[in-house]
Design a protein around this ligand. Structure first.
Ligand code: NDP
Length: 523
């Protein structure tokens, strides 16, 4: 049973799951403008517009009730300890693997992405879940640290206990992989989670919580609340111990503002404008393949997707020839054989079309596709070159299958342009000899050298950005610590040889201490 907050008209928590075929509520995103707020909304298949399921629009009272239940569940979950949680998370992992095809179908139904893309994000999420569960004790468990010379009479230990309840707000583009970067790590750290999925993918959120509840049924350790932005805002104000948000920069700022009311700490994972740099000695086939897949897969709706390519002049013609050939072979569609699916969020189609028009008006050249490539709900691959650096296709997140490829004089020029954005999420560098050297000079959170997005599949590596891409990290040791609070403990082992933290200390003690510090630190 899914442990959700239940709306007044829903008789049981399981009724918050999908009622396939229902059209009782508003369509996703249509809450604005109606005088009576909807109590239900439909999630739609973006390929056909058919209703996939109906879900309640949960209000602040229901969100608060879910968080209150989670607070009780959190105590039970924390008391299981690392070993107990590892075992239970292992059971969930195995169930997710067993259900991979059914879960992928839910992802495909709500996002329109090809089934194999849905399977891929599930595979990656499972791998992260395994890593988080396996490593939580090593990273977060109590450990000794050196007490230092001045406190050598103390035993010093450090542990990372959980916050209690963590709120997770997720986007629709990778509705399993992205929120699981927070959910899996928060759970492994010992927190209960209340998850608000995107209004476009509530069914995926429910499917995750339902599989979890199948193997961990004693307490509602992972709950889902559904609705629009207001439901997410209510979660921000609900008094959770921490709020992990993944979504757009604009919403991230609203989330921070709402969380500031209770001084709720936040993790903010926002959008990107990721560059791919092609050096003169790069493997051009591999670089072109990475640019096209990194830019077009999932219809370009990837926070760490390639949006800007900078190729050095000596190899630009050869590289462009390869990019064009590959992009021509890529096809958007709703069938199983399509390379990528529709634009999941209808409003994004206008954003991509607007950036395309703006770039062409300012003198960019279309090498693949053009304005006719936009045929909602699909956008066929578009490759632009000579794109002015101040056009919106370069300065703003596109989130569509539109790739810009600009020539640069050398890698210095490429680095300067790559860094000339308010975002700083990921990047790729193709270079035989200088990949890591170039990577070190990029202002972003993750870099793939001679690859693309590979860092997201390495569970031990932290994932997150700087600037408008947000702050804080999911994945890896940093991702585990993100969902825990450091707790320092000192225990006196024997009386201090020089006792200065008392009103009874004499001047002699202070003289001895200062003399000691002069010896140790003064030279
Ligand atoms: P949005 O910012 O529109 O929404 C993200 C989530 O926030 C949704 O669940 C949304 O609910 C919710 N929300 C909306 N308004 C509020 C509010 N006022 N308070 C609290 N929550 C709110 O992003 P998208 O879903 O469109 O996702 C795409 C964005 O996510 C892109 O910018 C992409 O780059 C970024 N992203 C970043 C990743 C990263 O790890 N850095 C990974 C994946 C995506 P609802 O849908 O119901 O409106």
């Amino acid at each position: 049973m899914t442990q959700t907050g239940t709306p007044a008209e829903s008789p049981s928590s399981s009724d918050t799951g999908p009622s396939a075929g229902s059209s009782a509520g508003s369509s996703a995103g249509s809450s604005a403008g109606s005088s009576v707020p909807p109590t239900e909304f439909d999630s739609l298949d973006p390929r056909s517009g058919t209703v996939v399921g109906s879900y309640p629009v949960q209000d602040a009272a229901e969100v608060n009730a879910a968080v209150a239940r989670a607070a009780v569940a959190a105590e039970w979950w924390a008391a299981l300890g690392f070993a107990g949680r590892r075992k239970r998370l292992g059971e969930w992992r195995k169930l997710l693997v067993k259900r991979i095809d059914q879960l992928a179908e839910v992802v495909t139904a709500e996002t329109g992405k090809p089934l194999d893309d849905a399977r891929l994000e599930l595979v990656l999420a499972v791998d992260h879940l395994a890593w988080a569960a396996r490593n939580a004790q090593r990273v977060l468990g109590r450990r000794k640290v050196g007490a230092g010379l001045l406190m050598s009479n103390q035993s010093a230990t450090l542990a990372y206990p959980p916050f209690g309840v963590v709120g997770v707000i997720g986007p629709w583009n990778y509705p399993v992989f992205t929120p699981m970067g927070s959910i899996a790590y928060a759970l492994a750290a010992g927190n209960a989670v209340v998850f608000k999925p995107s209004e476009f993918t509530p069914g995926v959120g429910h499917a995750l919580a339902e599989t979890f509840a199948e193997v961990i049924s004693e307490q509602p350790v992972l709950q889902v609340v559904t609705g629009f932005g207001e439901t997410g805002a209510a979660l921000c104000r609900s008094g959770v111990g921490k709020l992990a948000f993944t979504g757009s920069t604009a919403t991230g700022k609203r989330v921070m503002a709402a969380c500031s009311e209770n001084l709720t700490p936040v993790l903010i994972e926002c959008g990107g404008k990721d560059p791919l740099i092609v050096d003169a000695d790069a493997d051009l086939d591999a670089a072109a393949d990475a640019a096209v897949w990194g830019g077009m897969s999932n219809a370009g709706q990837t926070c760490v997707g390639v949006e800007r390519v900078y190729v050095v002049e000596p190899v630009a013609d050869e590289f462009l020839r390869r990019v064009v050939a590959r992009a021509h072979a890529v096809r958007a569609g709703g069938e199983a054989t399509a390379d990528f699916g529709p634009m999941t969020m209808p409003a994004q189609i206008d954003v991509v079309a607007g950036q395309l028009r703006d770039a062409l008006d300012r003198g960019a050249h279309a090498l693949v596709g053009g304005t006719a490539s936009v045929r909602a709900p699909y956008i066929e691959p578009v490759v632009l070159t000579d794109v002015p650096e101040d056009s919106t296709a370069i300065t703003q997140e596109t989130f569509g299958p539109l790739l810009t490829v600009n020539r640069v004089t050398d890698t210095e020029d490429a680095i300067t342009r790559a860094n000339a954005t308010a975002y700083g999420l990921g990047a790729s560098v193709f270079s035989a000899k200088r990949g890591e050297e170039i990577a070190a000079r990029l202002r972003c959170g993750m870099v793939a050298v001679n690859g693309v997005i590979t860092f997201a599949g390495v569970p031990a590596l932290p994932f997150g950005g700087v600037g408008d891409s947000g702050f804080g990290r999911i994945h890896g040791e940093d991702g585990l610590r993100e969902f825990a609070r450091a707790q320092a403990v000192t225990r006196q082992r024997f009386a201090p040889p020089i006792s200065v933290m008392t009103f009874t200390r004499g001047a002699r003690s202070m003289r001895r201490l200062v003399s000691l510090v002069r010896t140790v630190h003064g030279r």
